[in-house]
Design a protein around this ligand. Sequence first.
Ligand code: PMP
Length: 443
Amino acid sequence: SSNNLQGYAPICLGLEDFYIRRLYLRIQDCFGRPIASAPDAWFDVVERYSNDNNKTLIRTSNVKRCLNLGSYNYLGFAAADEYCTPRVIESLKKYSPSTCSSRVDAGTTALHNELEKCVADFVGKPAAIVFGMGYVTNSAILPVLIGKGGLIISDSLNHNSIVNGARGSGATIRVFQHNTPSHLEEVLREQIADGQPRTHRPWKKIIVIVEGIYSMEGELCKLPEIIAICKKYKAYTYLDEAHSIGAVGKSGRGVCELLGVDTADVDIMMGTFTKSFGSCGGYIAGSKELIQYLKYTCPAHLYATSISPPAAEQIISAIKVILGEDGSNRGAQKLARIRENSNFFRSELIKMGFEVLGDNDSPVMPIMLYNPAKIPAFSRECLRQNVAVVTVAFPATPLLLARARICISASHTKEDLIKALEVISQVGDLVGIKYFPAEPNKH
Ligand code: PMP
């Protein structure tokens, strides 16, 4: 325990259930609380606290205005927007919140068709199909793409929706070390030929699954190397761009644009609308044949209610803003801002002595805490100073690799970021997570 951590019970790993439960309670307590306003750069968090020094769980609530470093609002579309919002309201009046039907029954509106065309054009593929939820896009599509007799080779840190989809497919699953092309090649060699010449491939189909930006690491995918290996071994590539589409690349077109990859080299492009577009849902983009096949066979297309029309309109409008088709240059400004903000924030944190994961240009910035016992103090101290930060621990990360996961937005101003840096710096000293010497005269 430390004198600095006033008010925080020391929590040691391996202690009784009571402590573990208490730890989880606190983790949830830090950010799992309701939010009372749009998740923009600042938002209202409903704060609950006990009046009797946490002896009971009876809590009082009040609403606290906080700087939001937690939402995936990369381009700032999560708040009212002068172009998107009036159109979303119109679509709500015209189509209602729900189509109350699946795409193949009565659930396809003109907006749905427009959205699919718009997404395909934006990501640079001939066709696209959209779903009401990003999570479902992965978990429902993979079982349609591959099954028994097929092989999925998945990055070890892929998102749970991918893991679930892969498991549900019945294909054999192999995992390669996170973002390590050489290990991917090792796994492929072993699975295809084991070093021996063969007359036939033992797998009906091989799909290699990676993410554009890894959501717990903030790291960019080593896509060019991975594609080269997939081509060499004739495996399909499946790229989840949940955190990269809209957020990186000169015109927001994701990691392919950022890393100079031809989208023709990625067979299946997946993404969600919940991060950069301020909406909900997900997409798969690919060849016309692939998308047609999915439209005929995917249960989540055939049997689930289609994406909500106002959500579809939000995405279409946000893409128009990003591309400057709204007649303004706000899209270009947002893209410039997310990049500047991310790179500024990352470099300042590193200068202060924090260990920050991830790459330049990535708006996702994990600050390593390591010991999960540091989580409650870190997030509650930040929150006390009106900065809301998401902390992540086991089972979302390995047990001793707990972290605070910062998400930067184009809607953060320089003043917001400087305030956040000041608070994080103070809390970092308090909690003892500056693992490297700070540069002199900085914060
Ligand atoms: N893929 C990845 C990489 C994700 O991080 C997430 C959620 N954050 C999803 C898919 C699921 O998307 P959604 O939250 O839009 O359902």
